[in-house]
Design a protein around this ligand. Sequence first.
Ligand SMILES: NC(=O)c1ccc[n+]([C@@H]2O[C@H](COP(=O)([O-])OP(=O)(O)OC[C@H]3O[C@@H](n4cnc5c(N)ncnc54)[C@H](O)[C@@H]3O)[C@@H](O)[C@H]2O)c1
Length: 445
Amino acid sequence: MDVTIFGTGYVGLVTGVCLAEVGNNVLCIDIDPNKIDLLNSGGVPIYEPGLDEMIQSNREAGRLRFSTDAKAGVEHGLFQFIAVGTPPDEDGSADLQYVLAVARTIAEHMTEYRILVDKSTVPVGTADRVADTVREVQASRGQTVEFDVVSNPEFLKEGAAIEDFMRPDRIIVGTDNPRTGELLRALYAPFNRSHDRLMLMDVRSAELTKYAANAMLATKISFMNELSNIAEAVGADIEKVRVGIGSDPRIGYQFIYPGCGYGGSCFPKDVRALERTARGLGYAAELLQAVEAVNFRQKEVLFSKIRDYFGNELAGKTIAIWGLSFKPNTDDMREASSRVLMEALWEAGAQVRAYDPVAMEETRRIYGERADLTLAGDALAAVDGADALAVVTEWSQFRSPNFEAIRSRLRTPVIFDGRNILDGSLARATGLTYISIGRAPLTPA
Ligand SMILES: NC(=O)c1ccc[n+]([C@@H]2O[C@H](COP(=O)([O-])OP(=O)(O)OC[C@H]3O[C@@H](n4cnc5c(N)ncnc54)[C@H](O)[C@@H]3O)[C@@H](O)[C@H]2O)c1
């Protein structure tokens, strides 16, 4: 099938590549000429495991092309995927200007039936606004061409995006037109072989499903973080509590890890946007407000622990940071906890020596050259001469470090583990003080 994707970010690029991989003829359009040039010269603008190779093989097979020519994009595909950003507006609601701009572009160039597929995360009612926008443009051109607008939210996880798209646990399709539903079913058939994962529903339910999923996941994290603070206060160990409650199948072990807060391009903005949607309709979503407030506070927990340990004397201290991306296997640093920590440390006059397996370039892009930031060549180099080590992102390679080597490089033998991934008793046996989330600190005997 002929497919056009507007937006070559995480979602657009992965969608385009995976649809090409199963044999479709995909044209990806972006307004950013640098991105398109990079992709056309064999480069990849983001880090995502497996993406590079798949782009290359599908480009070579002629099934995947990149262009800034929107008109060619509209002419190309029966399916017109809208996968552009929906960043938060000033008040936290989703900014739909990019989505609606694509809708206008499609309407301006459309000469035959097209299916507009909303893949961006958009508030309930957006499909109607997209349809209204197309109708307005058509009316101004004195033209009526048949079209449909479908909600098809994306659930991929950065870091496992290809795997999630190729083997989805659900494909949500929201449409009121059964014929369009069948066309989407045909497009997704190759991802649906072992059993039917496609769930057809009305448009509004599909739109809300995406927000509901992200809000639920964010709630699990904030719940555990709230509990971890209570655990510290009462002298309990949150990791024991986690295993204790996870054994109940109604709760489960998944996604209940305490830590130093969630970040990324989705949870923070989607929780906020859903809360604003509800508020706009006169409903106070108090649970969502609390999820956001708890997360905001939790992102400051590591800094508070470091500040308290050094008795409020951080000026002139150097803190090593392991992990800068908002989660492992991505270089995405949008709303990352590392940023909150680094900015608080700088504010307090401390120096940062940081290391991340893939997000170093992104850190340089965000913060530029600054005297109080050193980007180290590897994890141990970051620790060299630092006063403390803070672990912020749970990359696998940080899980089993050489504590002896860490201790010998640190000026003060202390580790702050913001993700509870290290073996505290081993750290302690090596002579390190180990401070984690939701548990009492461990000090060397
Ligand atoms: N990143 C994720 O993990 C994820 C997961 C599920 C859903 N989503 C949702 O998917 C949407 C896209 O997210 P993303 O992370 O891929 O965004 P992104 O910011 O990485 O990419 C958006 C791209 O759209 C391009 N663009 C903007 N206006 C355009 C236009 N008029 N025509 C063509 N291209 C245009 C931009 O240049 C950019 O390359 C968002 O709504 C997001 O909430 C993201």
